[in-house]
Design a protein around this ligand. Structure first.
Ligand SMILES: [Zn+2]
Length: 350
């Protein structure tokens, strides 16, 4: 467990202790101090099997990128909102008041039928149907596959982190919870690509390789390509170790531009200063400046190196770790969380 995870875990343990002692726990707040205004589903009649029954949920939210939308590429990024899962619902809403969430990953804690239902709801919202979709068993590699309809909706999937296709109407989907989803389209050739870029895939240049594959397989010209870098953990929250900096340093001339240093506070001390009256003097907390990595920028630079025009690349400004009211975050939720889906469709035949 890293330092920030252990801080939050300690904070949680103290919260739990206070709540056990009959003290009221503060309602969870967003960073901007506002209470979440996320719509809650209406309470349903108490179902016979409380754990298994899907809640009546709001419609899924679909985030879209202007660049892809402008060239007529049907795509979308999901959020937590509007699904059937309750496995990761926020803790302060017990039982039936928990909103159903849109987990689209087959995670250990969730119910398989809910995940399948969530995927269908999300695709239905975008496409008005559930078209065939190819997904991968994601392994933080730089493996990119050219796929077709034969690989769609298979339970035994290929292992890798990138897909490209020009098969009309076929969907490509990647799941994330902090890692960077990157969608690429070549409207001229009717080809698309979808990539999952965590730090390991990024350092192995999955997106740069993916664009190279599109050139090779479809004859795509990089200046025709349009790309979107979706919601991910941003540098505000993405603390990494020296070994990550060393790996990027060995691969990219611009590596230095991707890292920043931040002096981090200690959330346990800030919330419960009385617990630390006998602790070390100020300035001796042992928390030095921390290294933060900008993974979205790393992938944007790979797209530019691959020849895309800067104005053809959209970057989402939303941080999954800052906004756990909107997104699942592996880092912020200590590995126990759902997944979002980024999906893109090769243009259907006219
Ligand atoms: Zn953040």
């Amino acid at each position: 467990m890293d330092a920030s995870a252990s801080n939050v875990a300690s904070l949680q343990a103290i919260d739990d202790l206070l709540s056990y002692a009959g003290l009221r726990r503060e309602p969870r707040q967003r960073r901007d101090g506002q209470r979440s205004t996320r719509a809650r589903p209406e309470r349903t009649q108490a179902p016979a099997t409380q754990q298994q029954a899907p809640l009546r949920a709001a419609a899924p939210e679909v985030l879209r990128a202007e660049g892809l939308a402008n060239v007529g590429i049907a795509h979308g990024f999901s959020t937590r909102a509007g699904g059937m899962s309750t496995a990761y619902s926020l803790r302060e809403l017990p039982g039936p008041d928990r909103p159903g969430e849109l987990n689209v990953g087959f995670t250990a804690e969730d119910v398989r039928e809910h995940v399948q239902g969530n995927r269908a709801r999300f695709l239905q919202k975008i496409y008005g149907a559930v078209p065939p979709m190819v997904t991968l068993k994601q392994i933080h590699s730089a493996l990119v596959y050219r796929v077709d309809r034969a690989q769609a909706d298979k339970s035994t999937t290929l292992a890798g982190d990138g897909m490209i296709t020009d098969e009309p109407g076929l969907l490509l989907g990647v799941t994330t919870a902090d890692c960077v989803p990157v969608l690429v389209a070549d409207p001229k050739r009717g080809a698309v690509g979808a990539f999952h870029a965590g730090w390991r895939g990024t350092v192995r240049r999955i997106v740069e390789r993916g664009v190279g594959r599109m050139r090779m397989e479809f004859g795509s010209a990089p200046e025709d390509l349009v790309a979107s870098i979706g919601p991910a953990i941003r540098s505000c929250c993405y603390r990494v170790g020296d070994e990550v900096e060393a790996e990027f340093g060995s691969q990219f001339l611009y590596a230095e531009k991707l890292f920043s240093e931040a002096v981090e506070g200690d959330p346990v001390r800030e919330k419960y200063p009385m617990l630390f009256l006998s602790a070390r003097a100020p300035g001796h907390s042992g928390l030095g400046p921390a290294l933060h990595l900008d993974l979205q920028e790393a992938n944007r630079l790979q797209l530019l190196d691959a020849g895309l025009r800067a104005e053809a690349v959209d970057v989402s400004g939303q941080c999954t770790s800052c906004r756990t009211d909107l997104f699942f975050s592996y880092r912020a939720e200590h590995g126990v969380t759902g997944r979002m889906l980024a999906v893109i469709q090769a243009p259907p035949r006219a």
